[in-house]
Ligand binder design. Structure first.
Ligand code: IDP
Ligand code: MG
Length: 153
């Protein structure tokens, strides 16, 4: 069963010119891009997205951060994409994220960490419809899927 994940290049990622670099890493890995929207996330949408963190000390801060300036909101698809994308993103903050990961390579801030990625199938199922209607998710084949996703048996 092929899986989808919500990936957001957050406002600091857009401001710091990392949209292309981040998309490129996921493209080269072989994830299929199925939706993309460049938008300033409304505060109310950010509250809904981060509702799981409501009441935590950083909640108001993360809502303000995410809605402060445009983001690149995307959906990528592949078997196991959720865990693969989380590994490629690295730990939550750049100062602890491993080198080689997106956060580890490009961030050392505690507040700004460049990217969001769904952390479970349940989170992806909750988050994707916040940003995209079912019609906005492209259903198509890549011409090299055999080489990208095939097994050699
Ligand atoms: P994640 O993005 O790695 O899944 P979460 O713990 O789900 O991390 O937190 C959601 C977002 O809230 C983080 O990406 C970050 O932007 C922000 N955040 C989390 N913890 C803190 C904190 O202690 N200080 C400031 N911002 C935080
Ligand atoms: Mg999270």
């Amino acid at each position: 069963m092929t899986e989808k994940t919500l990936i957001i290049v957050k406002p600091d990622g857009v401001q710091r010119h990392y949209v292309g670099e981040i998309i490129s890493r996921f493209e080269k890995k072989g994830f299929k891009l199925v939706a993309a929207k460049f938008m300033r996330i409304p505060e109310e949408t950010a509250r809904k997205h981060y509702a799981v963190h409501e009441g935590k000390p950083f909640f108001e801060g993360v809502v303000k951060y995410i809605s402060s300036s445009p983001s690149m909101v995307m959906v990528f698809q592949a078997d196991g994409v959720i865990d693969m994308a989380r590994k490629m993103m690295g730990a939550t903050f750049g100062f602890t994220a491993e080198p080689g990961t997106i956060r580890g390579d490009f961030s050392c801030s505690k507040g700004y960490n460049l990217i969001h990625g769904s952390d479970s199938p349940e989170s992806a199922d909750f988050e994707i419809p916040i940003y995209f209607t079912p019609e906005e998710l492209a259903d198509y084949e890549l011409s090299d899927e055999k080489w990208l996703y095939g097994k050699n048996d």
